[in-house]
Structures are given as structure tokens and as C-alpha cells.
Write a protein that binds this ligand. Structure first.
Ligand SMILES: CC(C)(COP(=O)(O)OP(=O)(O)OC[C@H]1O[C@@H](n2cnc3c(N)ncnc32)[C@H](O)[C@@H]1OP(=O)(O)O)[C@@H](O)C(=O)NCCC(=O)NCCS
Length: 350
């Protein structure tokens, strides 16, 4: 084998796809898209270095492997990296050589950030390679489906805060509310929650616009949101109707299923749940006000989850850093009322 290394060129993606075949993990599917021409970080393109390894046979180089490292505006404290080597060329040191070259490039990244980070699936060659290269897990992420009715619905008081009786169907109406995905109040709590659960890899300072773009605007597929509020309090004490709503304790944003051949109408219906194929779980993002005490946050998230997964299954991403959500979901994984929808993902870093 005579391996030569050069910069990525247009057309390499097609040549490599032919040699590699389909992606072997979800991470490979996600990161193959990052293999692209190098960029110096000008003109709105993130800084990127992408290298191809060619096997030279009779003077003709055939791309067999590639590696990329690039800056990210979100989570700017590390650089993303990805390496893939054709199966019949593995365990020959090509991956390690690409990594060494990428590390050299990273040392000259304009931001001064040189620490690498990657995503791998436990038990795969990628995970073994990362571990051999000194990249250790900094987060574990699981995609979980919660079955309908897995959690008991919360019991809401049958009087409102002014002490007036409310009929059964209106109980809780002053604490559970729909909220427009464009709401400033929702955007604020979503942004603070996302930042709080990423203390292990800071997203940097998130503007209102960025939070909208990442989680709430139409392009994200965000369909609707509900919030669980604290009981509103009247400035004049019991018996006087409060004029303000209670602050948000927990939120859930639902997303339309991506259009697939099995669900051609996905994305059309309101409310999210009827947008997916019948019986398919609705994608949701559930969180809480990070200022809540741990017990309060756990209760708020559990109540929220019981409401949204009352009749329909929901699918959510559960990171180990999401303590309140773990407290609600892990018992369900143990008793079979929730299941993993995919293999775990580890974010590894040096
Ligand atoms: C991960 C990958 C790039 C490794 O490429 P490679 O060229 O085979 O790696 P190397 O030969 O340089 O291996 C370097 C070291 O990593 C470890 N390693 C690599 N593959 C391994 C495996 N399948 N099992 C156990 N250890 C492994 C070994 O310690 C190896 O050293 P050794 O061969 O002297 O024992 C390749 O398996 C691949 O393309 N996987 C799919 C894509 C992926 O998951 N990429 C990782 C994300 S960064």
C-alpha cells in the first residue's frame, strides 16, 4: 500500500462514497456531510481543514480515507473532527496519520482553539480509535421513546388561586398553557436551559435570535409549545384574582416529523402529534427553568412529560447532563415504559 495525503477536492465525496458504501453509524451519516473543501473562515464559512488519503496503485491515486476538523459557532470551545477509513484499509495507521495531521492543522486554527471533539457510538471501531487516541467521553446522549401513559398525570387543585372552584376540565388551566414558539418568554427559558445543560461544552453566549433559529423557528420543524407555570400569585393575597401568570417551570416544544415516504403528509397537521405517521412518536424538547431547585425541576419535568406523553408516544434526547429529565425517564427505561430508539452517542474529547 502506498498512501498519499492531500487536500480535499470537489468530487472526493462521490469517489469515497463508492469505496465506503453506506454509513455504518448515525455519527458517520451526520459527519460525512462535514467533509468539504478547506476554508480559512472568511466569507461566513467556518474555518475547516479537510484531508484525503489516496491509495496509489500504478500511479493512480484512489481516495480511501478522509478526515476533517472545523470550527463551530455553537459550542466554540472545541473543534469538531471526523475521520473515516475504507474498511479494507483499516488498522494500518491511516486513521492515526490523518488525526496527527488534523491536530497539526488545529494547532493553527485562527480562533486559537485546538481541542478536538468527536461523536462516536460505544462498541464501534470509532469508539476504540478515539479511546486509543486519548479522546475520552465528556457526554453520553440517548434517544428515548416514552410510551403513552407511562407517567401518572399530575393532580391540579380544583380551586383557582383566588379560591374559586374550577370545574374538572379547567383544573390546571392557569398552570398548563400553550405558548407560541415565537414567544420571548419561551425563547428565554429554552436558551437558559440549553446553556445550563451544556456546562461541559459551553455553547457560548446565545442571542435570542440564535435560540429561535436553533430550536423554535419554522425551519427547525417546531410545531407548538406548552409550558407548565408556577401557580400565579396575587399581589393582594388570597381571594383576589392574580393579574400576572406564574413563571414558567417547565416547557415542551414539539417538532414535526421529517417528511418520509411512509409519512408523506408529515408537517401538515397542527399540534405535532398528528403530523407524524400514525403511532409514530412525536419529537419533543423538554426542559425546565434552570433556576429551579433540583427537586422542583424534577417534579416539573415529570409532570410535563406525563402531560405530553399521556396519549401519544414522544421521543426525546436524554443527555447525562439533564438531571431532572433523567430522574423522570430512567425509571421508565428500567420498567420498560420507555425504550432507546437508537444506539447511544458519546461525545469524546481530549
Ligand atoms: C475509526 C477509524 C477511522 C479508524 O481508522 P484506522 O485507519 O483503522 O485506525 P488506525 O489503524 O490508525 O488505528 C489506530 C489505533 O486505534 C485503535 N483502533 C482502531 N480501530 C480499532 C478497532 N476496530 N478495534 C480496536 N481498536 C481499534 C487501535 O489502538 C489502533 O492501533 P493498532 O492498530 O496499532 O492497535 C475507522 O475504523 C473508521 O473509519 N470507522 C468508521 C468511522 C468512525 O467511526 N470514525 C470515528 C469518528 S472520529
Amino acid at each position: 500500500m502506498a498512501i498519499e495525503y492531500r487536500e480535499w477536492r470537489d468530487g472526493d465525496d462521490l469517489a469515497l462514497l463508492e469505496i465506503w458504501g453506506g454509513p455504518e453509524t448515525a455519527q458517520a451519516r451526520q459527519f460525512r456531510g462535514a467533509l468539504a473543501p478547506s476554508s480559512n473562515g472568511t466569507g461566513g464559512m467556518p474555518w475547516r481543514r479537510c484531508i484525503v488519503a489516496e491509495d496509489v496503485i500504478d500511479g493512480v491515486g484512489i481516495p480511501v480515507a478522509a478526515g476533517v476538523v472545523y470550527e463551530a459557532a455553537l459550542h466554540p470551545e472545541r473543534l469538531w473532527s471526523y475521520i473515516e477509513v475504507a474498511r479494507d484499509h483499516r488498522r494500518a495507521g491511516i486513521g492515526a496519520t490523518l488525526l496527527a495531521m488534523l491536530r497539526r492543522e488545529a494547532a493553527n486554527a485562527p480562533s486559537g482553539v485546538a481541542k478536538l471533539r468527536a461523536k462516536v457510538e460505544p462498541g464501534t471501531p470509532g469508539a476504540a480509535f478515539a479511546s486509543a487516541a486519548g479522546l475520552a467521553p465528556i457526554q453520553r446522549s440517548r434517544l428515548v421513546v416514552v410510551q403513552p401513559g407511562a407517567l401518572k398525570l399530575p393532580v391540579f387543585p380544583d380551586t383557582d388561586h383566588g379560591g374559586r372552584p374550577v370545574s374538572g376540565e379547567n383544573a390546571g388551566s392557569d398552570v398548563v398553557m400553550d405558548l407560541a414558539t415565537g414567544s420571548v418568554e419561551l425563547t428565554d427559558v429554552v436558551g437558559r436551559y440549553y446553556t445550563a445543560i451544556h456546562s461541559w461544552d459551553s455553547p457560548g453566549v446565545l442571542s435570542v435570535g440564535q435560540v429561535q433559529k436553533l430550536f423554535l423557528d419554522e425551519l427547525t420543524g417546531a410545531h407548538g409549545a406548552i409550558v407548565l407555570r408556577a401557580q400565579p400569585e396575587s399581589a393582594f393575597g388570597q381571594g383576589v384574582a392574580p393579574s400576572k401568570k406564574g413563571r414558567i417551570r417547565a416547557f415542551a416544544v414539539s417538532y414535526a416529523a421529517p417528511a418520509t415516504p411512509e409519512a408523506p403528509d408529515a408537517g401538515e397537521g397542527p399540534g405535532g402529534q398528528d403530523a407524524a405517521a400514525p403511532g409514530a412518536p412525536t419529537d419533543v424538547f423538554v426542559g425546565h427553568d434552570p433556576a429551579l431547585a433540583a427537586d422542583d425541576a424534577a417534579e416539573a419535568v415529570r409532570d410535563m412529560l406525563s402531560l405530553i406523553a399521556y396519549q401519544h408516544p414522544v421521543m426525546l434526547e436524554l443527555d447525562d447532563s439533564m438531571s431532572a429529565l433523567r430522574a423522570a425517564v430512567e425509571p421508565l427505561l428500567e420498567n420498560g415504559k420507555a425504550r432507546l430508539a437508537a444506539a447511544e452517542t458519546l461525545v469524546v474529547s481530549e
